[in-house]
Ligand binder design. Sequence first.
Ligand code: UD1
Length: 417
Amino acid sequence: MDKIVIAGGIPLKGEVSISGAKNAALPILAAALLAPAQHTLHNVPNLADIRTAKRLLENLGARFADGPDGLSVDTRDLTSWEAPYDLVKTMRAAVLVLGPLVARLGRARVSLPGGCAIGARPINLHLKGLEEMGVKITLQHGYVEAAVKRLEGAEIILDFPTVTGTENLLMAATLARGRTVIKNAAQEPEVADLARFLQAMGADIQGIGSDVLTVHGVKQLQSARYRIMPDRIEAGTYLAAAAITRGEVTIRQAPVEHLTAVIDKFIEAGLRLKVDQDIISVRPGGSLTGVDLKTMPYPGFPTDMQAQFMAAMALARGVSVITESIFEKRFMHISELRRLGADIVVSGNQAVVRGVKSLQGAPVMATDLRASASLILAGLGAQGQTEVHRVYHLDRGYERIENKLSALGATIWREKA
Ligand code: UD1
């Protein structure tokens, strides 16, 4: 298995451009299934998760072509309604085909995702919402079997604003008979990006970006062309890289309006930065001070930035209390950060980070996508050499991370196994 090696302790300097958002591209690819047509997508990131999503759609009969004009997705002839275990187990977001398949074909068979490194992650809310729209759901042999004659609009109140749950129900509602209202909907910008793609396909959706989505079902959707939003978590990760190395970094194509909670936390911690349209410029110097944070659904501080922020706090002055309120097991990076010399104590869903003067490079093991990013950041800030093993997690969500960091002056390389 590949590993990434970092010789740390070098302040980053230069410019980096942010790629398309993984968590917007995944539901948008699934949404392409809703209309038998050829769609064109721009700014699709080149990531392992996107390759998995393409394989999943190809299994269903979709065809892809990469061209200068973007990625074309042809979903005219679907040949299957099944998302098999092999694909769902490598990427939970594969459950996003459930809503579109039921809406278009009236049936779907999707492997039940199991737990994962960061928590149990059930899909009960996806299923409950679909049942409220008239779908008959049975669980058999580890699969969700869903069948419906015609989806009916419904009023759905989510117990929790689940992101992919909201997306599955939103997609299903576009082709349902009558009106669907999704209350306590996730307000994440990626849900809004999906909704705008659905609008481009001809869907009738109101309340985009809010916690109440109202959808008037239409008979059919059409071909659409769409540009995926930039990735706010990738942008936040480079912000953390600049912070931990006390670097001078300009982040271009940053979705600044969706990064408020993250930018505010870094400013509170003492990072000096300037925001101008879609550019964030981090100025060098100044030391970071520990600050407390709690992860929350959007517009709160994103759980997907918790591990990276913690790496920065490991080298800050003073104490930070970091509370993870979304996923129950999302502290797997802590024992690895400790191997680099971080002083972090965990109690339940809270981590108390006492900043240390320096971290020392060591071999560490990545356990999930954002934990891997946190270890790369800690390695950049550490003295000496850090080896991050199991980087396939990193490749799921960061496009060319070692190239982008090298271009910023980091000494970082990948060693093939
Ligand atoms: C999405 C993101 C992921 C991010 C997460 C939270 C994608 C592809 N992934 O994941 O990067 O970390 O949002 O911002 O967009 N829950 C239930 N029942 C359900 C669904 C969720 O109990 O039916 C719980 C989960 O166990 C978890 C919480 O709700 O504790 C949030 O999960 P959810 O918002 O669904 O996360 P994902 O959509 O899986």
